[in-house]
Design a protein around this ligand. Structure first.
Ligand code: GUN
Ligand code: ZN
Length: 470
């Protein structure tokens, strides 16, 4: 429980139902009560005292002010809808592999090392700290097959105050998974998943901060028996579920070979009762029209992972097409298929990959900075069914936010408009980074332009503060 707090300054977020623009509120004040819930949002205030008089519960509130110079603003926390925490040490290391050989060469050996709880502690605490530093207040994590390490990840998220969905991965298929890293049977997969659910229930009975998420790794890694049992578990528990779909063409061929009785990859999940509104499908690059329609009709959600899809040369997901079809889309870093734990990078690569898709599929496929930011906040909130709590600044929602700071370049005091013909310009000395992040903004720029520069040039140095669950 915290002091009531009023946050004062510029607030920028996406409107709830309009991905195409940003709501930019200069001179705003947001009152957050001791439970971390927003009680008021005031716009265009000239002075704070009338606001504090209007809301007596905030008369002694702590005041947190963003710089009024136009180089700082409050923004919602990012929601990473697909990230593999045990793969964090490999972020940026993928050589020239594609999905199936990458799994065997880089991923399974790395994940299997988390059988050691001390390795798990080192990797998970750094992964959670690093994603928080990048402004990720909510993450849907894939863990490993190991129960103690998965439980530890839940504990670490809980103590760090990062909202998290923590999934023990299920992978019992003997022909696909290596002997050194797999579940020995479908029953073991389910039993160990249940142990992790029980642990999280113990540390967070109402799943306020940390929730279990049922995680069949992807169809090829699971036997039909395991998929069927996991589908039943989803139904019994009403827990969320996550997996991968249609990421890579060889993977799709493998699914055809392993499940010849189904017409498509999406139908495999549907046949086992896994295609529900609580399913988060990672990637969804090469879907057929029929699969897209099936996913839409089941209200399953999609996590778009553009940095990963570029790194592993998986392809460019047709996000405009998914959105126009009425499917809910959020963004994921997919570390370490994705090279970066930064959701800002996921936002940036969403915009860039959409430009590549536009080169073949048409101009309308381009996603704007506003749309990409929407997907990283409001879109992600819908994917994890928390759209009434996080992803924007509205009364009744939680204060789930980051303070963004950009470097303001100010004019020299005695700058002259003209130079004499014979005047020599002083030698320009580069005095190095100021430590305030890599984005320079100038006095004449609009907020829209400053935000675009943050998206294309920014990094975690621009995330000055992060507030999530308290
Ligand atoms: N498909 C199955 N497992 C994985 C994984 O760990 N990462 C990615 N990107 N795709 C997968
Ligand atoms: Zn993944």
């Amino acid at each position: 429980v915290n002091e009531p707090t009023v946050y004062v300054g510029t607030f920028i977020h996406s409107p709830r139902d309009d991905a195409c623009k940003l709501d930019i509120c200069e001179k705003g004040a947001i009152g957050v009560n001791s439970e971390g819930v927003i009680e008021f949002v005031e716009r265009n205030i000239e002075e704070l005292s009338p606001v504090l008089e209007k809301y007596p519960a905030f008369s002694d509130a702590t005041i947190v002010t963003a710089s009024p110079k136009g180089n700082q603003f409050f923004f919602p926390g990012f929601i990473d809808t697909h990230i593999h925490a045990p793969q964090y040490p490999n972020a940026g290391v993928f050589g020239s592999s594609t999905l199936l050989d990458w799994l065997n060469k880089y991923t399974f050996p790395r994940e299997s090392s988390l059988s050691s709880l001390s390795v798990a502690r080192t990797v998970y605490s750094r992964c959670v700290a690093r994603t928080l530093a990048h402004g990720t207040t909510t993450a849907a994590y894939y863990a490993t097959i190991h129960v103690p390490a998965t439980n530890l990840l839940a504990d670490i998220c809980s103590s760090a105050g990062q909202r998290a969905f923590v999934g023990r991965v299920c992978m019992d298929h003997k022909d696909i998974n290596p002997e050194y890293y797999r579940d020995e049977s479908a029953d073991e997969s389910i039993a160990n998943t249940c142990l992790c659910i029980d642990h999280i229930k113990k540390i967070d009975p109402n799943y306020e901060l940390v929730s279990p998420i049922i995680t069949p790794r992807f169809a090829p890694s699971c036997t039909a028996e395991a998929l069927e049992k996991l589908g039943k578990l989803v139904k019994e528990t009403n827990l969320p579920c996550q997996t991968h779909i249609s990421e890579n063409r060889n993977e799709i061929q493998l699914v055809k070979k392993l499940f010849p009785e189904y017409d498509s990859y999406a139908e495999v999940y549907d046949a086992f009762g896994l295609l529900t509104p609580k399913m988060i499908l990672g990637h969804a690059i090469h879907l057929s029209n029929k699969e897209m329609e099936l996913i839409r009709s089941r209200k399953a959600k999609i996590s778009h992972c553009p940095a990963s899809n570029s790194a592993l040369t998986s392809g460019g997901a047709r996000v405009r097409w998914l959105l126009n079809s009425g499917i809910t889309v959020g963004l994921g870093t997919d570390v370490s298929g994705g090279y970066s734990p930064s959701m800002l990078e996921a936002v940036r690569s969403t915009a860039l990959v959409s430009r590549h898709v536009a080169m073949t599929d048409g101009e309308e496929c381009k996603l704007s900075v506003e749309e990409a930011l929407y997907l990283g906040t409001r879109g992600g909130a819908k994917v994890v069914h928390l759209e009434d709590k996080i992803g924007g600044f509205e009364v009744g929602m939680e204060w789930d936010a980051q303070l963004i700071g950009l470097e303001l370049v100010e004019k020299e005091e005695n700058d002259k408009e003209e130079f004499a013909d014979d005047e020599v310009v002083d030698k320009v000395v580069f005095d190095g980074p100021k430590g305030a992040g890599p984005v320079d903004v100038f006095g004449w720029e609009s907020w829209d332009d400053r935000v675009a520069k943050w998206v294309y040039n920014g990094d975690d140095r621009n995330t000055l503060m992060v507030w999530g669950i308290i």
